[in-house]
Structure formats: structure tokens, C-alpha cells
Design a protein around this ligand. Structure first.
Ligand SMILES: Nc1nc2c(ncn2[C@@H]2O[C@H](COP(=O)(O)OP(=O)(O)OP(=O)(O)O)[C@@H](O)[C@H]2O)c(=O)[nH]1
Ligand SMILES: [Mg+2]
Length: 341
């Protein structure tokens, strides 16, 4: 790869202004995060750096300062996406940083699921990126336009593109979102064609695998995230297929995706209305008038509860663990007393 300028790498005033005019700082962009090192790309080419924090602190797409060997500082992120970490720990897992567009990839088949799209859109909106819905496998669907129209009906402000990811010429329709200086990340279930899109957009051959015929599920072929240069001079972040997307730190994003419900709820008689059986509930009234689908209220409440659960503060988590410990100690005591009797 020929040497790139900082703006080729996606640098902008947002990062330059964090410099405090210390012109000796050397910036680079993270292309891969490994447990023991980071692969970065700077104006002098690729480098391996020793991290100054644990790997979970960094995201593909991050900008940082370094001395050629070690990381000195990670710059504030312009945008980022992340989710509730696996397990019950309540942690947050960063997925990608400094992306302009989040391409939410789903296929014109059984993978298409409005509730899942809402989750991805809430994550995207919370992190500040522009959402784009990419509907792959249009070539395998008898009427792919139905899927595009469903997206546009559900989310009128969001752009949806249907395409055949295996057709390199068709995929060039995504170039406007990953041109010079622009970064686009691909997220979605396993098998929807993220890596197939990446291969067409970058000219790099990463492994893809066929999906299971029976349920259109993929085989989790991609196992790590990476930032790669597109053929039109922008940047693309491919990610492993997600089994589930738990929302965390996404309350603003949830409000954005469900803004119609937020507006309705402001008209409820009680400020803390739970939209259950309270009098003067504007949300319930909209459901009775067929102006709102009841399952949309359920989905809104489910995401709010989940987000609150995975947003628990470190103090709340410690208190929870303490009470669980106490509970099990009490249980042990009770069993002992019973046995003695
Ligand atoms: N016909 C057709 N096949 C596609 C299309 N997009 C992807 N495929 C095929 O679907 C399979 C899965 O594609 P991948 O690109 O590996 O999917 P992925 O989203 O990267 O999957 P993970 O890495 O597991 O998350 C491969 O066999 C692709 O050739 C498409 O638009 N049309
Ligand atoms: Mg893949």
C-alpha cells in the first residue's frame, strides 16, 4: 500500500482539535485489536503497538498517539457503536469507533426482522453514526422490493438498498458511503453477506461460507473485526455475525427509534405513566384507536428495560452481588439449622 495522508486515513478537525497544539504527537488508526497488541496504520504505513490498557478499551477505527512502540493516548471518539457484553456482568463491549455510516445488513429472506432492525438502529443512533439498511440476496428473492418497502414503511427517514452482494458491479452502489475519508461499518447476523460485501468493496479476499439451507442461518465465519481500505479510498469495518444484540448505553437511541411513542407518552396524564392501566394514558388511547400497534409498545418497553438492566452502575452491581452473597449465606444457615433439627 502506498503511503497515505492523515486525511486519507479519515483524520479530521474533530481529532486535530484534541491535539492542544502538541505537534510532536504521532497519530495512527487502529485496524485490528488483538489481546496483546494493536495493528495500526499511520502516514508511514502499518505498525504493531503495545497497548497501554486492556484490549477491551480499544476499538477498530480508533485514533491514537504513539511513539512507534507504545500507545500514549486514545483520542476521543467522534462516533462509536457498542452493546451489552455477554454474561450478567453488565459490562459494555465496544464494537467500532469513528464510523460515519453503520450499514445494518440483513437479507431478503428469513433473517429480515423488524424488531432486530430496531435494536441495530437504536445502537446506531446512540453512537452518532448515520444508519443505512443493506438488504442482500436480492437475487435469491422472488420480490426483493417488498423488503425495501417494508423498511421504508417502518423507518421512513432511513435509506434502504437492495442488492446482490456477490455481484461486484451491484455493490458499487454502496460507494457513496465508503468513499475517500469516509468509514462504514457492517453489522448483522451471521451469513447475511457482510464479508461478501467487504470483499467486493475492498478487493481483499476474506473467507465466506454458505449458510444452512433449512433456516438461512450463517456459520459465524468471521471471528474478529477489521478496518480495511475500500477500492474508492474510504474505510470499511467488517464484524463477526451477532447472535444477539443487547442494548446498553442506548437510551437516547431507543428514544430516537421510538420517537412517536416518546411524543405520545408526553401527553399521558401522569408523568410516570407505565402505559398499563393508568387513566389518561395517551399511548393506550392510540392503541385503542388503531393508531399504534400494541407490539410496538411492547418492543419499546422491552428495549428500555434491557438498556436499564445492562446500564447498571458499578455500585449497583456490587450491591447486587453483596445481596446475592448474603442470600446464599442465609440459605446455607437455614439448611444447616434444618439438618440439625
Ligand atoms: N446469492 C447470494 N449469495 C450471497 C449474497 N450475500 C452473501 N451471499 C452468500 O452467503 C454466504 C454467507 O456470506 P458471508 O459474506 O460469509 O456472510 P457474513 O455476514 O460475513 O457471515 P459471518 O462472517 O458468519 O458473520 C456466502 O455463501 C455468500 O456467498 C447475495 O447477495 N446473494
Ligand atoms: Mg463474515
Amino acid at each position: 500500500m502506498t503511503n497515505l495522508s492523515l486525511s486519507d486515513l479519515g483524520w479530521s478537525d474533530f481529532f486535530a482539535l484534541q491535539d492542544n497544539l502538541q505537534l510532536s504527537n504521532v497519530p495512527a488508526r487502529v485496524t485490528d485489536v488483538h489481546r496483546d497488541h494493536l495493528d495500526v496504520l499511520g502516514v508511514k504505513g502499518p505498525l504493531k503497538l503495545a497497548p497501554d490498557q486492556n484490549a477491551g478499551f480499544y476499538a477498530v477505527g480508533d485514533w491514537l498517539y504513539h511513539d512507534g512502540q507504545r500507545v500514549h493516548q486514545v483520542l476521543d471518539r467522534k462516533t462509536s457503536i457498542g452493546r451489552g457484553a455477554a454474561g450478567e456482568s453488565g459490562g459494555y463491549q465496544l464494537i467500532a469507533a469513528n464510523l460515519d455510516t453503520l450499514a445494518i445488513v440483513t437479507s431478503c429472506n428469513d433473517d429480515f426482522n423488524p424488531a432486530r432492525l430496531e435494536r441495530y438502529l437504536a445502537m446506531c443512533s446512540a453512537g452518532g453514526a448515520l444508519p443505512l439498511v443493506v438488504l442482500t440476496k436480492a437475487d435469491l428473492s422472488p420480490d426483493s422490493d417488498v423488503f425495501r418497502r417494508r423498511v421504508e414503511k417502518l423507518f421512513p427517514l432511513i435509506r434502504a438498498v437492495t442488492l446482490n452482494a456477490c455481484d461486484v458491479a451491484d455493490v458499487t452502489r454502496l460507494h457513496p458511503w465508503c468513499n475517500t475519508g469516509q468509514t462504514m461499518a457492517l453489522v448483522g447476523s451471521s451469513g447475511v453477506g457482510k464479508t461478501t460485501l467487504q470483499n467486493a468493496l475492498t478487493g481483499i479476499e476474506q473467507m465466506t461460507q454458505t449458510i444452512r439451507e433449512a433456516d438461512a442461518k450463517g456459520r459465524h465465519t468471521t471471528t474478529s473485526r477489521s478496518l480495511r481500505r475500500t477500492l474508492v479510498g474510504g474505510w470499511l469495518i467488517d464484524t463477526p455475525g451477532m447472535r444477539e444484540l443487547r442494548l446498553s448505553r442506548a437510551s437516547e437511541g431507543i428514544d430516537a427509534v421510538f420517537s412517536d411513542l416518546v411524543t405520545l407518552a408526553q401527553k399521558c396524564q401522569f408523568k410516570d405513566c407505565q402505559h398499563a392501566s393508568e387513566p389518561g394514558c395517551a399511548v393506550k388511547a392510540a392503541i385503542s384507536d388503531d393508531a399504534l400497534a400494541p407490539d410496538r409498545l411492547q418492543r419499546w418497553q422491552k428495549l428500555q428495560n434491557e438498556n436499564a438492566y445492562f446500564n447498571r452502575s458499578a455500585d449497583e452491581l456490587r450491591a447486587e452481588k453483596r445481596s446475592l452473597k448474603k442470600l446464599s449465606k442465609n440459605e446455607r444457615m437455614q439448611t444447616k439449622t434444618k439438618n440439625k433439627r
